[in-house]
Design a protein around this ligand. Structure first.
Ligand SMILES: Nc1ncnc2c1ncn2[C@@H]1O[C@H](COP(=O)(O)OP(=O)(O)OP(=O)(O)O)[C@@H](O)[C@H]1O
Ligand SMILES: [Mg+2]
Length: 334
């Protein structure tokens, strides 16, 4: 029975699952059906941290882009009214001209499938944030079941993707709550700076609350990512150690260095894999995508269909803003 739980996500066609579900659903068969169906459904990841500017959007966009480059089907959902993920994937012109977005899905103005836009990367789609989203927190407040709106609509597209990555705003408001209620897991980017853990305990409390209230009893942390990491700074080291003490093995071995190319890429409307695939930031996110897939219980060989950094995990020891691959130094195997 345990072997069934390692059916690789996305490797079984949903039509096959539907045939299987026609079998008697008693005991053993119902468990088989659940395992098979899970393998057909996207895993939903919310990128969250109510602290602003810690790298949620940069991580959501670039991890998603590399997962798509590695053969996965990925849908980004931008639930941040700032629309930074939309900008980073579509660019300014397409962001401005997007007339339908996640707001329209939540307000039942359109079917979720009609809000999906394709990107320049094969396998990477996005549901954008449009200007109306800023009003959503207020408008949804009176809607019954308001914390579960996103979950309700996501089910309709779950079988079309391997991963759905939700970029959350820097708050624990209704939009973030919807993302956390829909998600299977959280990725928490933390910037290595003095107040790094400020607010994280609040986030953990919210996670516990969501679990215990029955809104999402299986929500878990998939990983904690150290961003804008500068190995030469002793403060960075101290903060990283604190985070390690707090989260242990949840912390990704990959650390993302401060890298100017990562900051430039969104203004060109491109993930780093298109904008500058050889810079230190790109290598870090490519390495993160590999580590992320290795951590999934259903890790599959399709993850390695593209050339990736040979069995290494990126550790930032580059000088600030180094954009070359030479900084790719001291690494650990995972
Ligand atoms: N590793 C990095 N090196 C350099 N700049 C970075 C890096 N990661 C993110 N940035 C830049 O830092 C700023 C904040 O990053 P980002 O928008 O990803 O954070 P965020 O947590 O999504 O912010 P918000 O809370 O406002 O949504 C952006 O200008 C981004 O381009
Ligand atoms: Mg953001």
């Amino acid at each position: 029975m345990h072997k069934l739980s390692i059916v690789p996500r996305g490797t079984i066609d949903i039509r096959f699952a539907i045939i299987i579900i026609d079998f008697p659903k008693t005991g053993r068969y119902s468990q088989i059906c659940r395992h098979v169906l899970n393998s057909c459904m996207a895993k939903i990841i919310a990128f969250t941290n109510q602290k602003g500017g810690v790298g949620k959007t940069t991580t959501c966009v670039n991890l998603s882009a590399y997962l798509a480059e590695m053969g996965k089907k990925v849908l980004i959902i931008d639930v941040d009214p700032q629309g930074n993920a939309t900008m980073g994937v579509l660019g300014l012109e397409r962001k401005k001209s997007a007339s339908i977005g996640i707001y329209d899905v939540l307000c039942e103005n359109c079917h979720i499938a009609d809000a999906v836009l394709t990107s320049q990367i094969k396998g990477l789609d996005i549901i954008p944030a449009t200007v109306d989203l800023a009003g959503a927190e207020v408008e949804l407040v009176r809607v019954p079941g308001r914390e579960k709106m996103l979950k309700k609509y996501l089910d309709a597209v779950r079988e079309s993707y391997d991963y759905v990555c939700i970029d959350c705003p820097p708050s624990l408001g209704l939009l973030t709550l919807n993302a956390m209620t829909s998600a299977d897991a959280l990725v928490i980017p933390i910037q290595c700076e003095f107040f790094a853990l400020e607010g994280v305990s609040q986030l953990i409390n919210t996670l516990k609350l969501i679990r215990n209230s029955g809104l999402n009893s299986t929500l878990d942390i998939d990983g904690v990512l150290l961003t804008m990491y500068d190995k030469r700074s002793s403060l960075t080291d101290q903060v990283a150690n604190e985070i390690l003490k707090h989260f242990g093995s949840k912390v990704f071995k990959t650390k993302v260095p401060r890298n100017i190319r990562l900051a430039e890429a969104p203004s060109h409307g491109q993930p780093i894999s298109l904008y500058d695939p050889r810079c230190a930031g790109a290598l870090a996110y490519q390495s993160l995508a590999k580590e992320f897939l290795q951590r999934q219980p259903t890790a599959t060989s399709t993850a390695t269909s593209q050339p990736i950094i040979e069995e290494q995990v990126f550790e930032a020891d580059a000088p600030e803003d180094d954009t070359t691959t030479e900084s790719f130094g001291e690494s650990q195997t995972s």
